[in-house]
Ligand binder design. Sequence first.
Ligand SMILES: Cc1cc2nc3c(=O)[nH]c(=O)nc-3n(C[C@H](O)[C@H](O)[C@H](O)COP(=O)(O)OP(=O)(O)OC[C@H]3O[C@@H](n4cnc5c(N)ncnc54)[C@H](O)[C@@H]3O)c2cc1C
Length: 382
Amino acid sequence: MLGSAVVVGGGIGGLSTAVALQRRSWQVTVFERRPALSESGAGITLWPNALRALDALGIGTRIRGLGLAQSSGGMRDSDGRWLVRTDTAALAKRFGDGIIVLQRSELLTALRQACTDIDVRVSTEVRGVDANGTVTLGSGDRMQSDVVVGADGVWSVARQAVWPDAAVRSTGMLAARLVGRVGDPASVEGGESWGAGDYAGVAPLPDGRFYAYLVVPVTAEVPTEADAALCWWQRRFSRWHAPFPELLANLEPSQLLCNEIFELKQLPTLAHGRVALVGDAAHAMTPNLGQGACQALEDAVELGSALGVPGGVDVMHKLAVYNKRRLARVHKIARRSHSAGLAASLRGRVPTSIRNTVVRALPAAATMRAFDTVVDWHPPLD
Ligand SMILES: Cc1cc2nc3c(=O)[nH]c(=O)nc-3n(C[C@H](O)[C@H](O)[C@H](O)COP(=O)(O)OP(=O)(O)OC[C@H]3O[C@@H](n4cnc5c(N)ncnc54)[C@H](O)[C@@H]3O)c2cc1C
């Protein structure tokens, strides 16, 4: 064994990091506070960078088989008129993979099954982490390890040990996510649609159903009670283009997952002492580029690579290498995601019509090049 690691959090970031460390001969324990490893949140989009990370974790082929490569993408207005279309075939050619959409629960199950040699403890809350590698559990028990990985999401407890002054802020937007059916699946093209303040996206899943998300300002005051909330979303999107009204009409109230969207103010470092942060604990970003989980998967591979170096180099040095490899990239992607969120949620008839005109005028080559910074990541060669 190269060392021992505790991973706080059993979400996509935590389990992928556990797999990466296991592959590097680390002894890993995962603490997850929920009673089961489960992911709500309907579907998830994985870009080619995430698929490369999953290849490095040994489950890329499996995930490609569980997901559906998207044959359509781009931006529309709320009436369904295309502003810009993504040439998905050209994208797949450029990056060696398409964009895959699958159920989150399937991604999490695949990651869990890859944790063949890992002690995963559910219903185990971590109450505190210190920079020397001590984790204090909710029960009061303590555990010491060579490295602690904070993978405990946007409200991370582990982050206290790295950067106690971190600020989480609301984007002012609230998302509803769902998986549903429509009468004529062949008529639906995937993509994102922008209104004036609200936006929505839809993507086909392999089983004929659709993953969709709908986003509105928090000031719209969505009811909290499930039946009333569903009626509210149905009314709000009733005049939008297909398939949003039909997807909402066919839904049960319990199938709608609503949550406010938060982002993390950029941290000056992702590691301190024996603690490293991955995923939303390190860089919770807006969902507008579909990169939050993709970046968590990259983090996992990069951390595994940095900690996988055998021999005399000390752990703190290895974590500094991880920080150096990741910090600028995650900051850049979070910034771009934030800007994309501002564009998508723009309000007012005049600003949105100017936005739409500008987007319509973008040359296809420029939109394709814009993906480069985001997608062009490869696992380190070591
Ligand atoms: C509307 C929306 C759509 C999105 N769509 C996409 C997309 O298409 N593609 C994409 O790549 N990303 C997307 N994202 C972002 C993505 O969901 C997140 O970036 C990703 O889930 C982060 O994973 P994580 O493991 O870091 O954190 P989390 O998923 O938050 O997992 C943290 C885990 O830690 C556990 N935990 C927390 N505190 C403790 C504690 N004290 N002790 C023990 N356990 C603890 C939690 O229970 C949880 O299981 C989207 C986000 C939103 C809001």
